[in-house]
Design a protein around this ligand. Structure first.
Ligand code: S3P
Length: 181
């Protein structure tokens, strides 16, 4: 049986794999709409006083996922906010259910090759510390695709700039909320 959840869409949530541009796009969207901007990774780091990589190393991934889930529960109190989420956050189905109550959820999608091109010179993502980062990206993306596909809207950013993707996000949000903002 499908249980329908009442949705009061007053926020925008961006989900998607590492390196798909959630933070860059989210900031542009927030600025354009004059919304607040919130980044779940940044907030977790601020509250715990630790870098994500240190949380993974010292407390383990399950502890990080627990912090993510707690934070997601608090987001229901937000309005007029663009929420950029960590790449693994939607793999906990409860997180998506919770986000959808108050947000239009959009997934930014890129091919594994494009993701690799974007992240290969960055070192702050513990899950990509691997001798074969592209292989790891391919495997993780394949495992997570089922979760990302549950977004309200999928946006392929392969051939688009961050600004173009941001405009698509805004246009989808306007359609969903009948808003002229
Ligand atoms: C993760 C993605 C990261 C961060 C953590 C785990 C993931 O966020 O939450 O390193 O599981 O994909 P970004 O998607 O912002 O890089």
């Amino acid at each position: 049986m499908r249980v329908s959840v009442v949705r009061h869409i007053s926020n925008i949530a961006l989900i998607g794999f590492m390196g798909t541009g959630k933070s860059t796009v989210g900031r542009i969207v927030a600025e354009q709409l004059d919304y607040d901007y919130l980044d779940t990774d940044a907030l977790i780091e601020e509250r715990s006083g630790k870098k994500i990589s240190d949380i993974f190393a010292q407390n383990g991934e399950p502890a990080f996922r627990e912090l993510e889930a707690q934070l997601v529960e608090e987001l229901g109190a937000r309005t007029s906010t663009v929420i950029s989420t960590g790449g693994g956050l939607p793999t906990n189905p409860a997180n998506l259910v919770s986000l959808k109550k108050h947000s239009l959820v959009l997934c930014l999608w890129l091919s594994p090759e494009k993701i690799y091109e974007r992240v290969r010179d960055q070192s702050h993502r513990p899950l990509l510390h691997s001798p074969d980062p592209l292989g790891k990206i391919r495997a993780l993306l394949a495992a997570r695709e089922q979760f990302y596909r549950q977004a309200d809207v999928l946006i392929n950013g392969e051939l688009r700039s961050a600004r173009e993707v941001a405009m698509q996000v805004i246009s989808q949000f306007r359609l969903a909320t009948n808003s002229r903002r």
